[in-house]
Ligand binder design. Structure first.
Ligand SMILES: [Cu+2]
Length: 125
């Protein structure tokens, strides 16, 4: 009985820690990012790992990782010609953009994916 309750508690703690992971810069939905690099994961359910990312103005590295088997892309709305990251076969892709402070939209340009949820805000401060 004693052992069982200890296991229950450690599972609860682990779940709590997992839920608290990620950035906490404030804002509507806790944008994710450490300043210079925006790390995005693309899932088969046609969603990214976050709805909001943050970065510091200047040269920003975007890194897209595939979680699953579907091909996905990452572009910044209005800057599609400057950077288009593509992941397939479990790979990653990365590129750089120089951005001024402002709000941007990231999305996957494969037909149907953006409307399914592959869209996220990027706040550059
Ligand atoms: Cu996609």
């Amino acid at each position: 009985m004693r052992l069982r309750s200890t296991i229950g508690e450690s599972v609860a703690v682990a779940i709590l820690l997992t839920a608290c992971g990620g950035g906490g810069d404030g804002g509507d939905a806790d944008p994710v990012g450490d300043g210079r690099t925006v790390r995005v994961e693309a899932f088969d359910r046609q969603d990214y790992n976050a709805d909001g990312f943050s970065a510091v103005a200047g040269e920003i590295t975007f890194r897209l990782s595939q979680v699953g088997i579907q091909e996905h892309t990452l572009v910044v709305e209005g800057m599609e010609d400057e950077m288009r990251l593509v992941v397939e076969d479990g790979g990653t892709d990365s590129g750089n953009l120089t951005l001024e402070p402002g709000r941007y939209i990231l999305y996957c340009d494969i037909a149907g994916h953006r409307s399914s949820g592959m869209e996220a805000r990027l706040t550059v401060g």
